[in-house]
Write a protein that binds this ligand. Sequence first.
Ligand code: GDP
Ligand code: MG
Length: 187
Amino acid sequence: KPRALNVVNISGANERNVHLECNIVLLGCRGAGKSALTVKFLTRRFISEYDPFLEDTYTSEEVVDQQTVLVRVMDTADQNGPVNPERYLHWANAFLVVYSIDNKKSFEGCCQYLDIISQYNRGALHENLVLLLGNKLDMERYRQVSKADGSALASRHGCLFREVSACLDFRLVQQVFHEAIQEARRE
Ligand code: GDP
Ligand code: MG
């Protein structure tokens, strides 16, 4: 039975003591691995079965560039494409659009999210960071989306591109989140 971990305030984030903040939202098709990546980033562990309907926002204190940042991570759970993007468009400083490299449909599903974000960013005061993230790099043998395709889609939208795996090295997942935080703060 899928379980949901309570990872809120896992590192004892205390909003009053932190001056820098960054809100990150994870978007993408169901099954791409958004929850697995979120849990990995927050707990260093891979949880293989996570409630696919659970949408929640978690907080964590992260040290990036020797500065403490209060990071909020919204793990969305759209079931069938983008619904209600207003809930994160104004809120987020960084958008992680996730697909699974072994699932072409999940890659195609990213386009709608990237379009919505591009459109929003055009009218926004500050451009927000967007990162296209190919997950499940451990499934290389079943790859359906080439690195070149990922990279091309990212450049069409003027965003960053990375590939990771929620079940491999924690540091690589942490690196992607920290990079997003770094870049978002620079905007
Ligand atoms: P979400 O719907 O985007 O939140 O996707 P989940 O995080 O619930 O993951 C969907 C399925 O993919 C689950 O069975 C996970 O165990 C699996 N999964 C997630 N990330 C990875 C990964 O990096 N590698 C592999 N092999 N499986 C993963
Ligand atoms: Mg999920």
